[in-house]
Design a protein around this ligand. Sequence first.
Ligand SMILES: O=C(O)CCC(=O)C(=O)O
Length: 325
Amino acid sequence: MYMMATSPNSMVVNTSFSRLGPLKLPTISKFKIGLCQFSVTLDKNQNLIHARKLIKVAAEQGARIVVLPEMWNCPYSNDFFAKYAEDYDNKDDSPSFSLLSEVASCHGVTIVGGSMPERSNGQLYNTCVFGADGKLKAKHRKIHLFDIDIQGDISFKESETFTAGDKPTIVDTDIGRIGVGICHDIRFPELAMLYRAQGAHMICYPGAFNMSTGELLWELMQRTRAADNQLLVATCSPSRGSTGSYTTWGHSTLVGPSGELIATTACEETVVVAEIDYSAVQLQRQNIPLEKQWRREIYKFMDISEAESLKISTCFVSLPSDTVL
Ligand SMILES: O=C(O)CCC(=O)C(=O)O
């Protein structure tokens, strides 16, 4: 078993897929995905109308799963998150959530609802709601908050406003087992490895990378997460013209299990609709059987403080061969 700090109720999975060994295919293993890249304005209602329209466009082109951008109903700025936040447990205070349920049920699609500011028990979270046929299946609260300060370039501190989520989110659907991360979460390979170990077919990362880090890293990290873990990676960003001082990189993308680009776009508004075929995941895992090649007896990732307390100068240590990771 793969060990990582997870809380059991964060995993919305059943046991129909094995965790290790050959990947099992879900009921539907060939289908289309829609990535709705659109501009986010100050007018929340307008953002909702926009999302509704583009989800429809994706569904009409045959998408069974639709991914929205990070912060699709609110400009990406600490000045707005609290004002636009909704409480998804309160029907009267969640118009964005209600819209997603209604549209998903109307079009019979699974929705990875990008992210929105969520208010819950006095805290704010950057949250993705995941629903199928209008029913909420899971909520992913961004685990790794985007706090950076690149001198003379970009500075952003999500932790000024948001509380970090503390659970991974992986969901079983008729179109596969899907893991969720939000934007900065993609920089942490451990989360993707965890999803892979839990039998994920695909990881969806709604994101809003910026002009400073986007060009170098956005595609690179998607391809790396996909190739390392031999699964699909889908991302969806707001388009470039979105309101606010934060300029988004765009480039919503679908990457296949060998790290290949299946579909991508530039920075304008668009709906990317692309074909997914999980047999490519099976084939890639047969061709290059990483799972059999992993040397779990040699490496274990440990926390720096743990390593320091053991007086180990590197995070990688040799372990007895019977250690199970
Ligand atoms: O990690 C990065 O460089 C960008 C992340 C980001 O924009 C976000 O988490 O919203």
